[in-house]
Write a protein that binds this ligand. Structure first.
Ligand code: ZN
Ligand code: ZN
Ligand code: ZN
Length: 320
């Protein structure tokens, strides 16, 4: 007996999960074939559409493993007959992640800053506006989305699957893993072109959260990546995205003791700018000569703490 024994008709008719699982995996494989230039039918414009379809379907498969009603957008209208007939409005990816975290307790990274969200934005631009994204930008968005998907499938889909479902999963993941390295060739080519110019940039250059190349210039207005052409229109947004990428698990950026914006991130690797233990994306201070510690009263980072309490908390005490 599967531990997911509340799947409907789990023993008689396991196809209620089998069908969407197979479809989701097919989309994921189809997208990576479109992205692999070693494949003669490569064609980027379909890739992101199929990749995002894979994401949506596979997130829902995990919800169905938990209980079929969880994929229905408004469960007040849930009916098993309608579910079997496919006559229902299902949740989108963002709501699926919320339910997987809040109901199934999977502890997935939040959707808003995830590679899934960036894939969704690109899918929308392409599907609704017919915009042509650059082949590099499409790959820069796809690679982290695939890494997310592979981890999700291995940790959260595979364990609750039947043996024959696991065989489908293993075949799909093995093809995706074989092809994934071919996606970075264009990105590396472009990096070699822009590298000399980045080396002499007066701005701090850090690793891009999207294409993973050392090509993201931090500007007073946000940031710009010379490889994937990613743009950020404010420094706090960039700091938040970087913090999640580096520190993971929804740990946000800290408040900078100098400029007070929520832009301070630890261990930011720099291309040539002298780095330090912390980097503020807004005032670009790196704290090379001053030790910061976390105040045990307010929780913010500060220099000159006394008995674990920061100077401004001490001052509040004195005045209070
Ligand atoms: Zn980039
Ligand atoms: Zn600052
Ligand atoms: Zn404090």
């Amino acid at each position: 007996m599967s531990k997911f024994n509340h799947r409907i008709f789990a023993d008689e008719d396991p196809s209620n999960v089998h069908v969407p699982l197979k479809t989701g995996l097919e989309y994921a494989v189809s997208a990576i074939r479109y992205l692999d230039r070693e494949n003669e039918n490569a064609d980027e414009k379909f890739a992101i559409l199929h990749l995002y379809a894979a994401i949506e379907v596979l997130l829902k498969v995990r919800l169905i493993q938990e209980h079929w009603t969880l994929v229905i957008a408004d469960s007040r209208n849930a009916s098993l007959a309608k579910y079997h007939a496919g006559d229902f409005k299902s949740v989108g990816a963002e709501e699926a992640v919320r339910r997987l975290n809040d109901i199934c307790k999977l502890g997935l990274p939040g959707y808003r800053n995830s590679p899934l969200k960036r894939a969704e934005e690109m899918r929308n631009r392409q599907q609704h506006f017919g915009l042509n994204e650059s082949p590099i930008a499409i790959r820069a968005v796809s690679i982290p989305a695939y890494n997310y998907l592979i981890q999700f499938i291995e940790e959260h889909l595979s364990p609750g699957s039947y043996q024959y479902e696991r065989e489908l999963i293993d075949a799909a993941l093995s093809e995706i893993r074989d092809r994934l390295p071919h996606l970075s060739d264009l990105i590396e080519q472009r990096y070699r072109q822009v590298e000399p110019e980045l080396g002499s940039s007066p701005n701090p250059v850090i690793r891009c959260t999207r294409c993973q190349m050392m090509a993201l210039e931090v500007l007073s207005t946000g940031g710009r990546c010379s490889v994937c052409l990613g743009q950020w229109s404010n420094t706090q947004e960039l700091a938040e995205e970087y913090a999640l990428e580096v520190r993971g698990h929804n740990i946000p950026a800290d408040r900078c003791p100098t400029c007070r914006s929520i832009s301070l991130v630890a261990n930011v690797e720099m291309k040539s700018h002298p780095g330090g233990p912390w980097f503020c994306f807004t005032c670009t201070d790196t704290w090379r000569h001053i030790v910061l510690s976390r105040c045990c009263r307010c929780g913010h980072l500060a220099s000159g703490c006394t008995a674990g309490i920061c100077p401004s908390c001490v001052e509040e005490f004195v005045q209070g």
